[in-house]
Design a protein around this ligand. Structure first.
Ligand code: CA
Length: 229
């Protein structure tokens, strides 16, 4: 059973993460500040850390850097509240393995945790391929969380990448707008169908040769969308 250290000072989110992780069969410890996070992580008792960025004591960036400087190698997934924080993680090399932007979909977070733990397992390096989805000249990279065309990173938003991830994971299957809402925005978040459609339009402009007659992101009238690879 993998042990996860959850570092989150918002009690409601911490509780949600704790019960969700326990349901998944992980052993969980929750701490609420950066200094305590470092102390706990250094006990060597954990297999993975879920680390909030905005924390009392030391922020998640500092915690991450300090742990890496100390030689800690376990996966660290940062929980960010803002897109700007996410950009910082990518821009500065804080040593995180992955990040998830709040509000995150519990399902997506679980998938990221599983992927990170798999990479840790013996022979896990090969699993990198599982986290890169290729179609045409494109690569959707779930570790770096970016979309590349012929190796060049495309300018995409987090929402677009989440949407593309949900659709490609279900390649060939129609996903209703409700299902996409749940996968991308998380349960209980109010987003209109129109918002999804707008993101699809934006994505098509980036990956389709002819956005008006899409090859990859296909509309299924009255139902939703399907990814054809
Ligand atoms: Ca916080």
């Amino acid at each position: 059973m993998a042990k996860i250290l959850v570092v989150e000072d918002e009690a409601g989110i911490a509780f949600g993460l704790e019960s969700d992780m326990q349901t998944e069969g992980y052993e969980v410890k929750v701490v609420a500040d950066g200094l305590e996070a470092i102390r706990q992580a250094r006990t060597g008792a954990f297999d993975l850390i879920l680390l909030d960025v905005m924390l009392p004591g030391k922020d998640g960036f500092e915690v991450c850097r300090e742990l890496r400087r100390g030689g800690l190698k376990i996966p660290i997934i940062l929980l960010t509240a803002k897109a700007q924080e996410a950009e910082k993680i990518v821009g500065l090399d804080v040593g995180a393995d992955d990040y998830v932007t709040k509000p995150f979909s519990p399902r997506e977070l679980r998938a990221r945790i599983r992927a990170a733990l798999r990479r840790l397992a013996p022979g896990g390096a090969g699993d990198r391929a599982e986290n890169i989805f290729k179609f045409g000249p494109f690569e959707l990279d779930l570790i770096r969380f970016e979309l590349r065309r012929d190796g060049r990173v495309l300018n995409t938003t987090t929402t677009e990448l989440k949407l593309l991830n949900a659709l490609t994971r279900n390649k060939g299957r129609v996903l209703s707008r409700d299902k996409l809402l749940d996968e991308v925005w998380g349960e209980g978040i109010a987003v209109t169908d129109r918002v999804i459609d707008n993101h699809i339009v934006a994505l098509r402009k980036k990956i389709e040769d002819e956005p008006a007659s899409p090859r990859y992101l296909v509309s299924v009238r009255g139902v939703g969308y399907r990814f054809d690879g």
